[in-house]
Design a protein around this ligand. Structure first.
Ligand SMILES: Cc1cc2nc3c(=O)[nH]c(=O)nc-3n(C[C@H](O)[C@H](O)[C@H](O)COP(=O)(O)O)c2cc1C
Length: 219
């Protein structure tokens, strides 16, 4: 059993990895990633998630092409601004990890009616004033928790992974390609594979900047 400081050290070593070998990932390992993801907590245990696991070369290529095309479109717009150079290298992060990946996972989530809001309404109340799940996008939060758990499992398996918002630029096209339809929608994409790069840890904000303690004062 891993102890607290061992776990912290393990988490601290997880990196977003964007370059991979061509080695395929065993299906049993991919299954374990999803098994790990679904251990995550979810609002009213609705488990509002779904995972599209792409290992087909042809399909991967199609996803990359869709993202690349939309990124190029975006680049040509940004080129007209004085931020063109900034985006030049950043834009590559939109699809290059997908291109190198042995597998791509497209996490998806769906919204459910807010149970508590319905109860308030059935009592004649204004549900906006008592919104809970909706007020915090609970299904998106739950699915994000599942994705993070998947990333930790990938790290434990010796895989590299990168959860990416970039592919959202082609979400309409990817939804169409993978037959993702309402109420489901994708939450970025995860590039996966055996790492070929060692990445230095990006700086974290110091704890003092991200914690507010609300403690009992000494008498
Ligand atoms: C919601 C989300 C979206 C991200 N989108 C991208 C992306 O589009 N492309 C990319 O290369 N990395 C992406 N990243 C990875 C971040 O750049 C990375 O997590 C951050 O720089 C910290 O590095 P670390 O994960 O190695 O600690 C994303 C991460 C998150 C959580």
């Amino acid at each position: 059993m891993i102890d607290g400081s061992g776990m912290l050290e393990f988490l601290g070593r997880r990196r977003s990895i964007r370059k991979f070998t061509e080695q395929p990932i065993d299906k049993s390992m991919l299954r374990r990633l999803i098994e790990a993801a679904v251990t995550a907590p979810s609002s009213t245990n609705r488990q509002p998630w779904l995972f599209g696991v792409i290992t087909s070369r042809e399909l991967k290529k199609k996803v990359v092409e869709l993202v690349r095309a939309r990124t190029e479109e975006m680049k040509s717009i940004i080129q007209k601004s004085h931020h063109a150079e900034e985006f030049e290298s950043y834009g590559d992060f939109f699809y290059e990890p997908l291109q190198a990946a042995a597998a791509i996972i497209i996490p998806q989530y769906r919204v459910y009616p807010d149970l508590i809001a319905e109860l308030v309404e059935s009592g004649g109340g204004n549900s906006d004033l008592f919104s809970t799940a909706e007020a915090m996008q609970a299904e998106l939060c739950s699915t994000s928790a599942a994705i993070m758990t998947l990333l930790i499992q990938a790290h434990a398996e010796g895989l590299g992974a990168c959860w990416m918002a970039g592919p959202m630029v082609a979400r309409k096209e990817i939804h169409q390609l993978l037959k993702i339809s309402p109420p489901w929608q994708m939450v970025g994409a995860i590039s996966l594979g055996y790492p070929t790069e060692c990445v230095e840890a990006p700086r974290r904000k110091p704890l003092e900047k991200v914690v507010r303690w609300y403690e009992e004062r000494d008498p």
